[in-house]
Design a binder for this molecule. Structure first.
Ligand SMILES: [Zn+2]
Length: 70
């Protein structure tokens, strides 16, 4: 009888440890910022410089080339 209680107690402790471990893992995952999206690089039509797509104009030119053009 005492052996059964001991086994049950150990199982309960193990389950609690597992639960806290899972909660700690998910909490850690929530704290870490999401991975940055891979930056797409495109070539400027004017000067041929490779720049992040977000910095290029809709025409595919960098800021300096856009100013030169207008
Ligand atoms: Zn350019």
């Amino acid at each position: 009888m005492s052996l059964l209680i001991r086994v049950f107690f150990l199982a309960a402790v193990g389950w609690l440890l597992y639960r806290s471990y899972v909660r700690w893992q998910t909490g850690n995952r929530r704290d870490t910022p999401p991975p940055e999206p891979l930056q797409t690089v495109a070539r400027c039509e004017g000067c041929g410089t490779y720049l992040p797509v977000q910095t290029l104009s809709p025409q595919g030119r960098c800021g300096a080339c856009e100013q030169k053009r207008s």
